[in-house]
Design a protein. Structure first.
Length: 106
């Protein structure tokens, strides 16, 4: 019985961790990622939305995630499951760069 309670409590803690991980939005506008740096907790989904007339991509420098070319109003989402710093850029406009800092949370 103790094992079941322990597993149940662990499951509840995992559910509550996900519940406070609010989604984060990054706008792509004027050839910039806005904001260019976001700090989130593990389990958060980040969505990039292209508001430019030019296509853009979102590509992690360490190849963890990669979007296709995003046309105007297209979006790309990625859920971060591990703590760390993720630097990304647009392959079509390499001077466009951003960073996602993922913390373990509370």
């Amino acid at each position: 019985m103790k094992n079941y309670l322990h597993i149940f409590a662990l499951g509840l803690s995992l559910i509550s961790t996900s519940a406070w991980a609010d989604d984060q939005k990054v706008d792509i506008k004027d050839h910039l990622f806005l904001p260019d740096t976001v700090t989130i907790v593990v389990g958060t989904k980040v969505t990039w939305v292209n508001h430019d007339q030019d296509p853009h991509t979102v590509v992690d420098r360490d190849k963890k995630f990669r979007s296709t070319a995003l046309d105007t109003n297209d979006s790309f989402s990625y859920t971060f499951t591990e703590p760390g710093t993720y630097k990304y850029f647009c392959t079509l406009h390499p001077t466009m760069a951003g960073k996602v800092v993922v913390t373990a949370g509370k």
